[in-house]
Ligand binder design. Structure first.
Ligand code: COA
Length: 166
């Protein structure tokens, strides 16, 4: 099922699964903070890169990050852990795409714990660095449809916050 999209009908559509990616990052000494845990800013960089790659795959354009929603670090990550980052699109507008990135810490025995769920807004750019329309998004599963609906609500909330300068 294809939901939305209110934008140009001649623009092609792509499935959520077409651009979903998983990336695995081993944690090295250089990634640690003074408490010997993964530096939060490094994780944010990894999340941003994964969201950008998802958005590039969907739009086939260069992209830039317009917003990152609130971040919480629920589990510490230590040297020699693996961080698994799963990224996928949840919702698209005309030129912007919302990507969800789930980050997990995986220990040697394969146990995975959720560290963070982040939503990022990524905008597709043309050769002149101007926002450019993106393909429509086909949501196939009930989970993808629910994410779409939630993404629309988050989009409205972000817009309201911008209008109120909050
Ligand atoms: C993101 C950016 C390209 C938007 O440009 P703009 O001239 O404001 O363009 P528009 O107002 O047409 O917005 C384009 C889209 O981005 C969305 N958008 C813009 N600013 C946003 C924000 N702060 N939060 C969420 N969405 C935003 C708009 O809703 C619009 O979405 P839509 O086309 O799907 O409806 C521009 O603000 C920019 O270059 N920002 C810096 C981004 C950057 O350098 N990031 C790297 C980290 S510093």
């Amino acid at each position: 099922m294809e939901i939305n999209n209110t934008f140009p009908k001649n623009i092609p559509s792509k499935h959520v699964s077409d651009s979903a990616i998983e990336e695995i990052r081993p944690v090295f000494k250089a990634d640690l903070n003074s408490q010997n845990r993964l530096f939060g800013g490094t994780l944010v960089t990894w999340i941003d890169v994964v969201a950008g790659c998802v958005a590039r795959k969907h739009s086939s354009c260069n992209v830039t990050t317009a917003a990152i929603d609130s971040l919480q670090f629920k589990e510490p990550v230590f040297e020699n852990n693996m961080v698994v980052l799963q990224g996928r699109l949840t919702c698209v507008g005309k030129t912007s795409m919302e990507a969800r990135v789930d980050s997990y810490v995986e220990s040697l025995n394969g146990d995975r714990k959720l560290v963070n769920t982040a939503y990022l807004v990524i905008v597709a750019l043309d050769e002149q660095s101007r926002p450019v329309p993106v393909p429509r998004l086909i949501c196939d599963t009930p989970e993808e449809k629910a994410e779409w609906e939630a993404g629309i609500k988050r989009r409205e909330l972000r817009k309201k916050r911008r209008e109120e300068d909050f």
